[in-house]
Design a protein around this ligand. Structure first.
Ligand code: TXA
Ligand code: MG
Length: 538
């Protein structure tokens, strides 16, 4: 099927298809809808099929005159009339018990129907010309961000429907506010939108925002609105939602930013960033609402794999934007102001870092071992290993596709340029994995973290630390220890030690230096003393 792009001038062709029982993409002021004759069960089924939508998720029925509402529902209570008079035509969907005119397919098997009188002139013209109410879900493939331009509809529906009417960019950019009534005086907001809870409260005696708007629905609990059950609005990229003020969010993002990442922040925040991959999505809740879905789609098109988004506040239209973001992020929302106390532990090979890190672990610190992470990031099939192979060829790989550590160590220790290139590939991957580990600990409420990293300075991770401890020891002791521990010759051990920072370096670059005099007990008690004296962790 070839999907034709129609305009206001060729809109009659859309009317033709709709009257024939075919689904058509139509503009509204919220998002584009995938319309069909609301009374025609077969046409409704085609909409479900084109969207890939579960059949138990009901469609909203669109009318072009308030008078068309009465026959669709059993009764219209006074409060519903009052709300319609105030907000229609506009982005408000009102759920009431349905009449027999609405087929079970349209209602997703429920006994209720959501009705909306859209404000977009082309939507109104289409509905009027077709002569019946138009059932229309958002015109995206189920699960992906709702379409706010005709091009978005084309991207999702090309070949699946006969036509899309181009009515320009949607004014709101997020779907309508969906409400139901708990009783004669009480409005329940099932989905927030441009008609805000505050505005509803100007008319309704009582307004309740349903729990599912801001929280994950509990497993097994019935959804007041079937759409709440399903994953929604998700781009292909991972979305991470960030709460906090401009500066705190900027610091959080900047520390974690790596290849494949982008950020959506407030327009006025952009000056705080130095990366091209940071985009504004507006400076008011309304403008963020208008741009959110388009931006998420754009980030996918640009090939980003991770999107950090600065969340809006949850009042006014901000609640709607926040709600869509939560679901796009799969509820991965982080408080950037939650203070993590990160201690960096570094020092010379064989000086006794492991002993010190064990002391931190027994004193409540979550320990992240950068060496373990460094091994993980070059696993067979990893993006990092692919980059290494691209830069240095297959010679660094073993037959089973894993990194040949001997060969790579040889390369790094023999050629300064190669070392630089090698490190410029692996450090960003290590840094990203370290921050993932930090964030995972923080999510579990562990805020005191020790990062054990021999290359703390080389990788740049030192800049993220609140406090840095180093461990040093006499060269002879270290030589013995690493020859024994790693089973290497004196020659290799000497070369390895020579490539490391000197004691003077650590003395001038770290907050505390622990000198290992050769007895474990002494080192342990130095470490304990240090932990007891660590500066304020709040
Ligand atoms: O702005 C909008 O509302 C757009 C445009 C096209 O009008 N339409 C839209 O439809 O967003 P859709 O199907 O993508 O989202 C409708 C939401 C779903 O979450 C659905 O579960 C809920 O409204 N809904 C519809 N009828 C309902 C009902 N009778 N009871 C409870 N929830 C209902
Ligand atoms: Mg939808």
């Amino acid at each position: 099927m070839i999907t034709k792009l129609l305009t206001a001038e060729t809109l009659d062709e859309a009317v033709f298809w709709l009257q024939k029982g075919e689904p058509v993409g139509i503009p509204t002021e919220t998002v584009y809808g995938l319309g069909c004759n609301a009374f025609d069960a077969a046409a409704v089924c085609k909409v479900f099929a084109a969207k890939g939508r579960p059949m138990d998720n009901p469609l909203i029925v669109h009318i072009a005159d308030k008078a068309e509402w009465q026959p669709l529902v059993r009764e219209i209570p006074p409060l519903a009339h009052a709300l319609a008079d105030r907000f229609w035509p506009g982005p408000l969907t009102i759920i009431l018990p349905k009449s027999d005119l609405i087929p079970a397919e349209t209602a997703g098997g429920l006994q209720t129907v959501g009705v909306r009188f859209p404000a977009h002139p082309l939507a109104q013209e289409i509905i009027r010309k077709v002569g019946v109410p138009i059932a229309a879900p958002s015109a995206n493939r189920s699960g992906s961000p709702s379409p706010t331009t005709a091009a978005h509809v084309m991207a999702d529906m090309n070949g699946r429907i006969p036509a899309v009417v181009d009515g320009g960019r949607c004014f709101c950019g997020i779907e309508s506010t969906v409400i139901a009534f708990d009783d004669a005086d009480t409005v329940r907001v099932l989905r927030p939108g441009f008609v805000t809870a505050e505005q509803l409260a100007e008319i309704a005696p009582k307004v309740i925002v349903d729990d599912a708007v801001l929280a994950k629905l509990e497993e097994g609990k019935a959804a007041p609105s079937p759409g709440m059950k399903y994953r929604h609005y998700s781009p292909n990229a991972q979305v991470i939602m960030l709460n906090g003020d401009a500066e705190t969010v900027a610091k959080y993002i900047s520390l974690r930013f790596s290849h494949g990442d982008c950020a959506l922040v407030y327009d006025s925040d952009r000056a705080l960033y130095h990366s091209d991959a940071v985009y504004g999505y507006g400076d008011t809740d309304e403008s963020r609402g208008a741009q959110l879905f388009a931006r998420l789609r754009e980030m996918d098109e640009l090939g980003f794999s991770r999107i950090f988004v600065r969340a809006p506040r949850t009042d006014g239209v901000g609640l709607a934007v926040y709600n869509r973001l939560l679901r796009a992020a799969g509820y991965d929302v982080r408080d950037t102001a939650a203070k993590i106390y990160l201690v960096g532990l570094t020092g010379q090979t064989g000086a006794g870092k492991t002993t010190v890190s064990e002391v931190f672990a027994t004193h409540g610190f979550a320990v992240i071992n950068a060496d373990t992470i460094a091994r993980d990031v070059v696993q067979a099939g990893s993006a990092c290993l692919a980059e290494i192979t691209q830069a240095f060829g297959e010679s660094l790989l073993l037959a089973d596709g894993t990194l040949d550590r001997k060969q790579s160590a040889k390369l790094i220790f023999s050629d300064a340029d190669a070392k630089k290139r090698y490190e410029s590939i692996i450090f960003p991957h290590i840094t990203k994995a370290v921050f993932n580990a930090i964030d995972a600990h923080a999510a579990e409420g562990r805020h005191r973290i020790l990062l054990d990293a021999p290359t703390l300075f080389e990788s740049g991770l030192h800049t993220a630390c609140d406090y840095i401890v180093s461990v040093v020891a006499d060269e002879q002791d270290r030589l013995q220890r690493i020859m024994q521990r790693d089973g290497i010759s004196a020659e290799v051990a000497v070369a390895r030690i020579a490539s490391q920072h000197t004691e003077e370096f650590f003395c001038s670059h770290t907050d505390a230096v622990l000198k290992n005099h050769g007895t474990v007990l002494d080192l342990v008690s130095q470490a304990k003393l240090l932990i007891a004296r660590l500066p304020d962790m709040n």
